[in-house]
Design a protein around this ligand. Structure first.
Ligand code: ADP
Ligand code: F6P
Length: 453
């Protein structure tokens, strides 16, 4: 079997004496990596005197991790600036939050070229290269320019907006042209695929674009949840609830996740359905993410204030309605919290997939499952038909969804959960990775495409 080369901005290099990291990508690729030789290349997560240079190599089993540093300036331009300050809001349909600066665009392309320069000497002729996410749109073209002839696939983990919106990016056609150096492009949903296909066609490229909704290892997560729910943290949480129903939110602290809207929806529940007052607790875990970006700092201040205001207005001497945590909680511990929760509240304004929604479903006790209240703008809404779908722009709709979930009889909860878990078991993480790689093998018309770009 040909070696698989994964390229992503972040690389989950296992650290000595730490449990393996469990980011969405690492989890999704676990089985693909377990069954073949692989090289995983990307940023070390560190800044150094310059971008690139000799990669740091760590080999564990069949997987080799190769990482390079970024200079402090490139970190600012490529990661904080263009990737997170411009592309992230644009791809999440939030043009009003996007800030474009020419020097950041140039830094972004420079870092992609540096990735290609550092990666090409590590490649073998028959490697299959799989590039991940929006940080690396230009990488395939940079690899081709540096001489790579291997088949290259690209998977976009986040949404892709309709073309008129994407055209707000001054260099949109250059970005699309560089992406077109791939043999296959994958997206999370059919909507994203249609938008990206239209973008590529409008720029004169006909690369295959197909939806491959990312999955999770539902069985593994369920086992983790069963274990963790008996662990000390879940027991502490259960004990502290005093019999109240737990509504759980788990997200990075990111404006795409709809956190202020979620808190307003919860406040609307307490106002409009007073029978739940004193009987429910919302635990929102939202560790700080991308704290160097201005919009993220402003969001944190807004949420600190909002959580405080809701507790001030609705709380009682023996009841704090919102428990607000910006500290990171290990994923295994969270699995136990999901299993304890009566409601999983996942309300992004726009999300590529949202793995948390899938993890909530996987963690439930089949005899007495909780209910997922899910934004209709999460990619996961295409698959999880057993969830209560809400429009996160409307706090009243969130409140109504929460109320419906809280009063739902066990038989209906079981029926909805059974439908969703079947979808998750069918579209596992392993099936997602193998499906993409099989399609890439089919689509890559080597060597014609490689030479012809
Ligand atoms: P995103 O990729 O935008 O962060 P996802 O919902 O797809 O959104 O989450 C990716 C992964 O990160 C999931 O596996 C989830 O368990 C993990 N994760 C998300 N939020 C937290 C959190 N607050 N603490 C620990 N892990 C988290
Ligand atoms: O899922 C989208 C994504 O941008 C991933 O590519 C990334 O690893 C994750 O969110 C967390 O963001 P960051 O790497 O910027 O901390």
């Amino acid at each position: 079997m040909a070696r698989l080369v994964i390229v992503s901005n972040r690389v989950p290099v296992p650290r000595p004496r730490e449990r393996p990291q469990a980011g969405g990508l690492a989890v999704a690729l676990k089985e693909a990596l377990a069954t073949r030789e692989a090289l995983w290349f990307g940023w070390s997560g560190q800044t150094g005197p310059r971008t690139g240079g000799e990669p740091t190599i760590v080999t564990i089993g069949q997987t080799t991790f190769a990482t390079i540093d970024l200079s402090a300036e490139d970190y600012r331009l490529y990661y904080t600036g263009f990737s997170n300050g411009m592309l992230w809001p644009l791809l999440h349909y939030r043009m009003g939050l996007a800030e474009f600066r020419r020097e950041e665009w140039e830094g972004y392309r420079r870092v992609n070229a540096a990735f290609a320069q550092a990666l090409v000497p590590l490649l073998r002729e028959d490697d299959t290269i799989w590039v991940h996410d929006f940080h690396l749109f230009p990488l395939a073209a940079a690899l081709r320019a540096a001489g790579a002839r291997q088949r290259i696939g690209f998977f976009l983990h986040v949404p892709f907006p309709p073309l008129p919106l994407f055209r707000a990016l001054p260099q949109c056609n250059i970005l699309l042209r560089e992406l077109a150096a791939c043999d296959l492009v994958g997206t999370q949903t059919e909507t994203d695929a249609a938008n990206l296909r239209e973008g590529l066609r409008s720029a004169g490229f006909d690369v295959p674009v197909r939806a491959f909704p990312i999955g999770i290892d539902a069985e593994e997560f369920a086992r983790e949840a069963e274990r963790a729910v008996r662990g000390p943290e879940a027991r502490r949480l259960a004990g502290s609830l005093g019999g109240r129903a737990l509504i759980l939110g788990v997200d990075r602290l990111d404006y795409s996740k709809g956190l202020p809207q979620r808190l307003r929806g919860f406040a609307a529940l307490l106002r409009r359905f007073p029978e739940h007052r004193g009987r429910v607790t919302l635990l929102q875990v939202a560790p700080v993410s991308r704290g160097d970006v201005g919009q993220y700092r402003a969001l944190r201040r807004e949420l600190d204030e909002l959580a405080g205001r809701i507790n001030g207005e609705h709380g009682d001497i023996d009841w704090v309605p919102v428990r607000w945590m910006t500290r990171a909680v290990p994923r295994a511990t969270l699995a136990g919290f999901h299993r304890l929760a009566r409601v999983g509240l996942v309300t992004p304004m726009r999300d590529g997939m949202n793995l948390v929604a899938k993890e909530f479903v996987a963690a439930q006790d089949e005899a007495d499952p909780g209910v997922l209240v899910l934004s209709c703008f999460a990619g996961a809404a295409d698959e999880l038909k057993g969830a209560i779908l809400v429009n996160p722009h409307d706090p009243d709709e969130i409140a109504e969804g929460l109320n419906a979930a809280l009063v739902m009889p066990a038989s209906e909860r079981r029926a909805r959960w059974t439908a969703d878990i079947a979808v998750l078991r069918r579209n596992s993480a392993a099936a997602w990775a193998e499906g993409f790689l099989a399609a890439l093998a089919e689509h890559a018309a080597e060597p014609a495409r490689a030479g012809g770009w």
